[in-house]
Design a protein around this ligand. Structure first.
Ligand code: ZN
Length: 291
């Protein structure tokens, strides 16, 4: 199946944002006070050319971020801990057009979560069905959402997503899942932590899976080491998500694609799968380790 990684500009973060320091809410302070920056990291959205229609996963960021006042001035994270850069032609709309994908070709837009660098391109999808987890939307909406760091006044006026529940149908180590396609080969799984309603998208493609991770972790390495980020809603939940991803990747060859990992595009191109170390120690008792 053809899958495109579409880079919609870059984002630099403080180092303690990418890999959190400390536990619980203290991580936020470490993230804000850190003066060390990552290099500009990619902001990826994805387009899956599926026989049932194109499935877009996340919409990337908008070039409007450089307009003065786009982000609320009182929000400390946008002022002190993140620097984004997006040119108009880097937005997802023009990039899909260059790939020959029309808006009418898109069957679904799946949002892993609603942070600005995933939701900034929503305005390119008026009239498309947009799927958001039922847990994520209230966390991101209204005043509560703005306090949680979602600049939701920038969402298009028409934004009215289809709310998605993941039924308690286990998929490998994931306790719930939703098969999106008739063919059953594109599956939404819960990946909470970075945000409460965060979902990931698993594409079963022949002998391997492509795991579109959103911000389940910022890098493959952080997922393998179980290092939660420095801004997420629940770092304990994020580490459980990492463990489930490791267990999945240990039993199914998996190409792991975080939205901000500099290696994501090359990994997708080469269909390079994750090598999970120290598996035996992490599996529940009684389950044989895979060699
Ligand atoms: Zn995020």
């Amino acid at each position: 199946m053809k899958i495109h990684a579409i880079q919609t500009g870059t984002v630099a973060l403080t180092m303690n944002w990418r890999e959190g320091v400390g536990r619980g809410r203290r991580r936020l302070l470490h993230t804000l006070l850190d003066r060390r920056w990552t290099e500009p990291l990619p902001i990826y959205a994805f387009a899956i050319e599926h026989p049932e229609g194109v499935i877009v996963v996340d919409t990337g960021e908008t070039s409007r971020i450089s307009e003065p006042g786009y982000f609320p001035r009182w929000q400390p994270f946008f002022r002190f801990a993140v620097r984004e850069r997006v040119e108009p032609e880097q937005e997802i709309g023009p990039q899909l057009a260059r790939l020959g994908i029309e808006r009418a070709d898109t069957r679904w837009v799946v949002m892993t979560h609603l942070h600005t660098d995933h939701a900034g391109g929503l305005h390119h999808f008026e009239g498309n069905e947009i799927l958001v987890s039922r847990t994520e939307l209230p966390h991101a909406s209204g005043l509560r959402g703005r306090l949680n760091g979602y600049p939701n006044k920038r969402w298009p006026a028409w934004f009215d997503p289809t709310l998605v529940d993941l039924p308690p149908e286990p998929f490998g180590p994931f306790p719930a899942s939703l098969r999106l396609t008739e063919a059953g080969d594109v599956i939404l799984v819960p990946a909470p932590g970075h945000s409460p309603g965060h979902v990931a998208v698993v594409v079963q493609d022949g002998d391997h899976s492509v795991f579109i991770a959103g911000d389940s972790s910022y890098t493959q390495d952080a997922m393998l080491r179980g290092i939660a980020d420095g801004v997420g809603a629940d770092d304990d939940a994020e580490r459980v998500t990492h463990e489930r991803i490791r267990m999945y990747a240990a039993t199914t060859p998996t190409v792991y694609l975080p939205a901000h990992d500099p290696d994501t595009a090359a990994r997708l191109d080469e269909r390079r799968t994750v090598a999970v170390p120290e598996l035996g120690a992490r599996l529940p008792a009684g389950r044989p380790a895979q060699t």
